[in-house]
Design a protein around this ligand. Structure first.
Ligand code: GDP
Ligand code: MG
Length: 238
């Protein structure tokens, strides 16, 4: 039987982590959840720890010495493979990614290596009530398509699904991002290594509560990192 791990990096998501994990588990009997928390001051990790002690389908990594969306994601992929995942679904912990989309990801991954949830594919949507954030997402998508040479409609989407073999091929050891540029870095390698990537439409919601951890500084750092990726690709494979 296939083991599917929903991997969620979290920082201060205590207000909704429990209902989110519960809703994910309902989507398929083969699903387990792995939360990678960075010792959130609001105690997100404590809630997940409690759930994990009662349900073997819930797993927690609490990182006490590191902080960052990128390094948490890499840690999460590694841990998901270590606990035997055949398929990993990567998603955010704020309900902006609807757990009810997971079955469509799982169906689609049967026929490819990686599935990306796209807000801009026909049938998808960006439903945030923040026009500036939506505009930045669109500009970033154009920038990444040009700089990385990928043809996807939504290259900054963090709602994605990977076959185990795809993560093995990417080689987690080569990923360098500490922050949010991990999303683009992983996509870059998918593209560079010729993995088959398909998009499915998703609706992207405003976070249910709490605050985004994305700052202008992190955004600019990510944009710079993306610009250096081609150079890295040349070095490591050239
Ligand atoms: N472990 C970990 N998760 C993080 C960190 N920063 C953001 N996240 C998580 O990554 C996901 C996306 O972050 P979010 O702040 O919603 O960014 P946005 O959706 O771009 O506004 C959420 O589940 C966050 O809790 C971090 O430093 N460490
Ligand atoms: Mg968010």
């Amino acid at each position: 039987m296939t083991k599917i791990i929903a991997m969620i990096p979290t920082y201060n998501e205590a207000e909704h982590i429990r209902p989110l994990v519960e809703e994910i588990l309902l989507q398929d009997p083969r699903i387990e959840v792995l939360v990678v928390d960075d010792n959130s001051p609001d105690g997100t990790w404590r809630i997940v720890k409690g759930m994990a002690s009662e349900d073997p389908r819930v797993h927690l990594v609490n990182r006490t010495h590191e902080r960052g969306r990128g390094s948490a994601g890499i840690h999460g992929f590694r841990q998901a493979l270590a606990i035997g995942a055949d398929v990993v679904v990567e998603m955010d912990g704020d309900f902006s990614h609807d757990p009810r989309d997971i079955p469509r990801f799982i169906r689609e991954i049967e026929a490819c290596d990686v599935v990306v949830g796209s807000r801009f594919a026909p049938g998808g949507g960006d439903l945030r009530n923040a026009p500036l954030r939506s505009l930045v997402t669109r500009l970033a998508a154009t920038y990444i398509r040009v700089v990385m040479g990928v043809r996807l409609s939504d290259p900054t989407s963090g709602y994605r699904c990977f076959r185990r073999e795809a993560l093995d091929k990417i080689g987690l050891h080569r990923l360098r991002s500490t922050g949010p540029s991990i999303v683009e870095e992983v996509l870059f390698w998918c593209h560079r290594l010729g993995l088959s990537v398909r998009e499915i439409p998703i609706r992207f919601y405003e976070r249910r509560s709490g605050r985004s951890k994305l700052t202008l500084g992190k955004l600019l750092k990510a944009a710079w990192f993306v610009a250096t990726l081609r150079l890295r690709g040349g070095w490591t494979t050239g």
